[in-house]
Design a protein around this ligand. Structure first.
Ligand SMILES: NC(=O)c1ccc[n+]([C@@H]2O[C@H](COP(=O)([O-])OP(=O)(O)OC[C@H]3O[C@@H](n4cnc5c(N)ncnc54)[C@H](OP(=O)(O)O)[C@@H]3O)[C@@H](O)[C@H]2O)c1
Length: 327
């Protein structure tokens, strides 16, 4: 499918595109099997209090993993429910607010001090806010939660030795979106700057931050695997439209319609979790430096995201921004 620009420029276009995508011909990259087990693996799933992340955490627990749920809410009840429903006692919850750098620092310290290194990290948390909001460090919240927090989190995990390199190749997953193809170009001059916006602009910016995330994922893979051999697998994916809580900030007047459309046409979080679980658990994915799935279809990422020059530029700008915030 060729995506024309503007497919995700507003909530209606994004919803229609998401629904139409479900009806297009699928060419699955592989099959997630019941035998793809995770015994002996520790999986961290963030944003797992709700929607996709919760379904992923549940399936990881079912497949025998030790699961760490890094969440802003739902502690401890979401983890208790997963323990009860799966019979897996090894489900822990740790608090984090990805809008706040100090909270990320605290999370990675907790992971370093209280847990063994993880085998699989699933960066899932994301938002579609109804308007711009400032984080404690003065950044724009969607920029922070949907992109910059992942840059900080993964780099801290790597620095603090929180990824297990002694039992196979660690996997780092990013829940991105096909909407990363929507922006025509990067806007480097405004990188990290707080700007005001309202709901009409949220979806367009959402696609832009998913472009940053996908560009980061590709650059991370290049940086972690510089010599041709694979030390870390970095995977990104779009799970397709999900009947989740992502539309929670849509205006109240649209909520009933949204619930109806989501319920009728969008996939359940359990179904949407399949490509995530395939990338996390399938032996097919062992030893790959990078991959991207849309639903279960293997796709190339947008060429802007794949371009190493853009990856380097994004990495440098992100490092500089972090240094400025810390000085
Ligand atoms: N829904 C879709 O159609 C769709 C399509 C493509 C991609 N995605 C992506 O899928 C991922 C999961 O979204 P979803 O659809 O499952 O939505 P969801 O039900 O709203 O779940 C989002 C999760 O992110 C967490 N989160 C939000 N802000 C956070 C913060 N500051 N700190 C920590 N956690 C935070 C939420 O925690 P709380 O419960 O505490 O708010 C929740 O657990 C997102 O990255 C989204 O962009 C979704």
């Amino acid at each position: 499918m060729t995506l024309t620009k503007k497919n995700y420029n507003n909530p209606v276009a994004a919803t229609v595109t998401g629904i139409l995508d479900l009806f297009r011909k699928q060419v699955p990259a592989g099959v997630l099997k019941a035998t793809d087990r995770l015994e002996g693996k520790q999986v961290l799933v963030d944003g797992s209090s709700s929607g996709l992340g919760y379904a992923v955490a549940m399936d990881c627990a079912r497949r025998g993993a030790r699961v760490i749920m890094a969440c802003r809410s739902g502690i401890p009840e979401k983890g208790e429910t997963i323990r009860r429903m799966t019979g897996n006692p090894n489900v822990s919850m740790v608090p984090v607010d990805f809008a706040d750098i100090r909270s990320i620092n605290h999370l990675t310290e907790t992971l370093k001090n209280d847990f063994p290194p993880s085998d699989i990290i699933i960066c899932n948390a994301g938002i579609v806010p109804k308007k711009s909001r400032q984080t404690p460090q003065g950044l724009e919240e969607m920029f922070m939660v949907n992109y910059f927090s992942k840059f900080i989190f993964i780099n801290e995990l790597l620095e603090k030795g929180c990824l297990n390199q002694t039992a196979g190749i660690p996997r780092i997953l990013f829940v991105a979106s096909e909407s990363h193809r929507n922006p025509e170009s990067f806007n480097w001059d405004s990188f990290g700057l707080y700007r005001e916006y309202t709901i009409g602009k949220s979806i367009e910016l959402y696609g832009y931050y998913k472009l940053l995330l996908t560009t980061f994922a590709a650059e991370l893979s290049r940086k972690l695997n510089p010599d041709g051999s694979v030390h870390y697998s970095v995977f990104a994916l779009c799970p397709g439209p999900i009947n989740s809580n992502i539309g929670r900030e849509a205006p109240a007047v649209f909520q009933p319609l949204l619930k109806l459309v989501f319920g009728l046409f969008f996939r359940s979080p359990e179904k949407a979790a399949v490509p995530v679980m395939y990338l996390a658990a399938s032996p097919d994915m062992e030893g790959k430096p990078f991959d991207y799935l849309f639903l279960m279809n293997r796709r190339l990422i947008d060429e802007k995201a794949a371009d190493p020059a853009n990856g380097k530029r994004l990495w440098n700008l992100s490092e500089e921004l972090l240094q400025r915030l810390q000085s």
